[in-house]
Design a protein around this ligand. Structure first.
Ligand code: FHN
Length: 426
């Protein structure tokens, strides 16, 4: 980065430090819960018995449902009487997740909070009549989970100025700027001033817009000092972290904070008969793989029309929590691996005053029990299994350090065993 002047250099450093202070908890957290929940959940993505799309939250668009019919078929049926915010947040906590981001308003334009800018919301327009965002915000605060909102700032298939609804000919169009001034900006302001401390604001599907509209949306987030935003407000907008969706990059972007968001199954919103649940092993290996590259994992769950999670999701969250109970030290606050590709698994790292610690996540247990770690010749002071803290023998040679493992892998949850190695490793 070519600095125009020493002052610019100083400013750049200060900005970096400001960012470092703001991002510290996020970089430590590594693992969060994403939640897609809306009136589309009331029918599991189905419209009059047909499933129009793979991801349920797009049902109104893919089935080209007029606003009036979506009201009858979905809004009027949304009554998640089994929803319990405390239980729900408790599941995220049990899984080892440190933050929760939920769809306050998705593309269908329906507010899952008591919007004072639009009666098209969960309190005023459904039989449920409860502000689920308020209940979740309070439960997160009680349980020490950082809370954040997802907001679809451009697509709004209900407001006449929102983008994305090209099928409902009853809409009397107004300008996008009018939609921003009338609905989006006031709703964002309300979310950031009436729901307690908001740690994250998660924009989605950015589209070209006027400078006025952009400034109005962007300035709203100043209402929560220290709030972290993703990069999906506009084409040139970087926010505080990059967003990867559904896939893990081969290498993490250098010098940037980044997060992979991924549904635990096939659909973001609850979809009836969604059979694409990822295995527990895949979910834990994803978490480890992302951490080993320096990123965060935002894993999405989809509450049903009753307000609960399917057993397949609950089972996976609990199993991830079991693994995190033993191995979370290798994830929270870790940084990227110093190595290139490792044949047997992944590595995360932590620096301490007395040296470094490497966490070797063994995916494929070596048949001869010998785990070769390149380039650590004679630097390893201690090595042990994190599960049970059994000390392990090491030997050094030109190729690196060999850690002698037990014949059988001890971990039964997700076949990801962590070996902790400490020493002056740099
Ligand atoms: O269209 C949305 C989709 O429904 C979902 O919310 C994902 C989550 O990242 N974002 C958009 C697709 O990129």
């Amino acid at each position: 980065l070519l600095m125009a002047s020493p002052l610019a250099a100083q400013e750049h450093v200060e900005n970096q430090h400001a960012d470092d202070a703001k991002m510290a908890w996020w970089r430590e957290a590594k693992f969060g819960m994403f939640v897609h929940w809306g009136v589309y959940s009331a029918t599991g993505g189905e419209f009059r018995g047909k499933m129009p799309t793979n991801s349920a939250e797009w049902m109104m668009n893919k089935a080209q449902i007029p606003i009036a019919d979506y009201k009858v078929e979905n809004v009027d049926k949304f009554n998640p009487t089994q929803f319990n915010a405390k239980t729900f947040v408790g599941l995220a906590k049990e899984a080892g997740m440190k933050y929760l981001v939920i769809t306050a308003k998705h593309h269908d334009g329906f507010a899952m909070f008591h919007s004072t800018s639009s009666p098209y919301n969960v309190v005023d327009a459904t039989p449920f009549k409860r502000d689920v965002m308020k209940e979740l915000a309070e439960a997160c605060q009680e349980q020490g989970i950082r809370f954040g909102f997802y907001y679809s700032q451009c697509q709004d298939w209900h407001h006449p100025g929102g983008m994305g609804n090209g099928w409902d000919k009853t809409i009397k169009r107004v300008s996008f700027d009018e939609y921003v001034q009338e609905k989006a900006a006031p709703e964002i302001k309300q979310l950031l001033t009436e729901y307690g401390p908001i740690a994250i604001f998660w924009w989605d599907t950015p589209r070209d817009m006027s400078k006025e509209a952009f400034d109005s949306l962007h300035s709203s987030t100043n209402l929560q000092p220290g709030i972290i935003t993703n990069d999906r407000l506009g084409k040139e907008y970087r926010g505080d972290h990059k967003t990867f969706e559904r896939h893990i990059p081969r290498k993490g972007p250098v010098g940037a904070d980044w997060e992979v968001c991924m549904p635990i199954s096939g659909s973001w919103g609850y979809k009836k008969s969604d059979r694409d649940f990822k295995s527990i092993e895949t979910l834990i290996r994803n978490l480890v793989d992302i951490a080993s590259k320096g990123g965060n994992y935002l894993l999405n769950v989809s509450p049903t029309g009753e307000g609960t999670l399917l057993p397949q999701a609950t089972e996976r969250l609990k199993a991830m929590g079991q693994w995190m109970k033993v191995n979370s030290e290798s994830i929270y606050g870790s940084t990227a691996s110093p190595f290139g590709k490792l044949d047997w698994g992944r590595c995360t790292k932590k620096e301490f005053a007395n040296g470094s610690t490497l966490y070797l996540h063994v995916f494929d247990w070596p048949k001869d029990g010998k785990l070769l770690v390149p380039g650590l010749n004679n630097k390893v002071e201690q090595a042990y299994l994190m599960d049970g803290w059994q000390a392990l023998e090491t030997s050094s040679a030109d190729a690196g350090v060999t850690v002698s493992l037990p014949a059988e892998a001890p971990d039964k949850i997700a076949s990801v065993v962590v070996v902790k190695v400490h020493g002056k490793l740099d």
